[in-house]
Design a protein around this ligand. Structure first.
Ligand code: FES
Ligand code: FES
Length: 373
């Protein structure tokens, strides 16, 4: 058992929990807040959706201990919420529930849609709801209910969803390097409304004079990122391409485009773009800022700050801790590939990003750390 302190529905809570207890089980069994329902327990059905720091999250795949110091809000905590109240009335008026099992999760997601996307049409509502399954298949009434509340007008100011905020002001300096060459080190990720953020530093045992021209070559950079290929016709300020990722038998192919800009004097730049996996309808919007810094005559550090919003069915895999660890592993791989390419290695054959293998390395490293304690 380990101590846990967090806020649940506005009240400070301290408890002892087993490290493997999910947030859903902790809430239902220890806090007796049974409004959070459990369906698949795999992060797929959305029945257990609640709010962590005011953003929807799957409580069945969130460890209770990961919520140390966080603000958790369950369906019980939305009794007095004005948007939730309007949604409850609209669900009733539009026959938005049958057995009601999915309803707590649906209401949490619906509230997020109303606050974040006041202009959403029926198609967008359906897209946003794609991570919540209704076993009674009563989607038409649910979509009508959300559209009804949106048509009545927003009850509170729109939560920022787009455009993505500038990141430069949020950047914090990366600590001086003690890492070996080609290492990627994680620092605190930025907090972004409507999305998530990552910050990574990649270190290369090469001088800035070699690294900076490479960063201005989109084809070279793309060849260092597993699963990425560029369409013909890339220019210095605009690229289009795709990223293929395989997780076991599942395969996602994000096709999209991005704008590039560089500041040669500061050895910095920005990439902003969006992509879509047509098979699942998942959309990804991202903005990355990078800066190359000479750490010594033969060493360069690349600081990378990424803000992204993932929406649609694959967003269920976008859980903070997992994404952070995954990004760290991916950054290390990119650093190795980039350094090899800059030392003259040929471009590798295009191959999908093997997300399963990367995840396995992340899990293995975490288990090693756990058993070392
Ligand atoms: S029970 Fe959590 S997503 Fe299904
Ligand atoms: S109303 Fe029965 S599961 Fe949605």
């Amino acid at each position: 058992m380990k101590p846990l302190r967090l806020t649940i529905n506005g009240a400070a809570v301290s408890a002892m929990v087993e490290p493997r207890t999910s947030l859903a089980d902790f809430l239902r069994e220890q806090q007796l807040l049974t409004g959070t329902h459990i369906g698949c327990e795999h992060g797929v059905c959305g029945a257990c959706t609640l709010l962590i720091d005011d953003a929807p999250a799957r409580s069945c795949i969130t460890l209770a201990l990961a919520c140390e110091g966080r603000q958790v809000r369950t369906i019980e905590g939305l009794d007095e919420d004005p948007v939730a109240a309007r949604l409850r009335a609209a669900f009733k008026a539009e026959h938005g529930l049958q057995c009601g099992y999915c309803t707590p999760g649906m209401l949490v997601t619906a509230r997020d849609i109303v606050r974040r996307l006041p202009d959403a049409d029926a198609a967008r509502i359906r897209l946003e709801l794609s991570g919540n399954l209704c076993r009674c298949t009563g989607y038409a009434g649910i979509v009508r209910a959300i559209a009804r509340v949106l048509a009545e007008g927003a009850a509170e100011p729109r939560a920022a969803a787009a455009p993505l905020p500038a990141l430069a002001a949020r950047a914090t300096p990366v600590a001086a390097s003690t890492a070996p060459s080609s290492a990627a080190a994680r620092t605190t990720a930025p907090t972004l409304p409507g999305g998530q953020g990552l910050r990574q530093s990649i270190r290369l045992a090469l001088p800035l004079a070699t690294v900076w021209p490479a960063l201005r070559d989109p084809a070279l950079i793309a060849s260092a990122v597993p699963g990425v290929s560029l369409d013909p016709g890339a220019t210095t300020d605009r690229i289009a391409g795709r990223m293929v990722a395989a997780l076991g038998p599942m395969r996602a192919q994000f096709a999209g485009s991005a704008r590039l800009s560089y500041d040669d004097a500061a050895h910095a730049g920005e990439i902003a773009g969006e992509g879509r996996d047509r098979a699942s309808g998942t959309q990804l919007r991202a903005r990355a800022e990078f800066r190359a810094v000479a750490e010594a005559s033969e060493r360069t550090r690349i600081d990378l700050t990424v803000a992204y919003v993932l929406q649609g069915p694959l967003a269920q895999f976008s859980r903070g801790a997992v994404v952070d660890a995954f990004a760290e592993e991916l950054a290390q791989q990119v650093a190795r590939n980039l350094e090899a390419r800059l030392r003259g290695a040929p471009a590798p054959e295009p191959a999908p990003l093997r997300a399963g293998a990367l995840l396995w390395r992340v899990i293995r490293a975490r288990l090693r750390r756990l058993f070392r304690r």
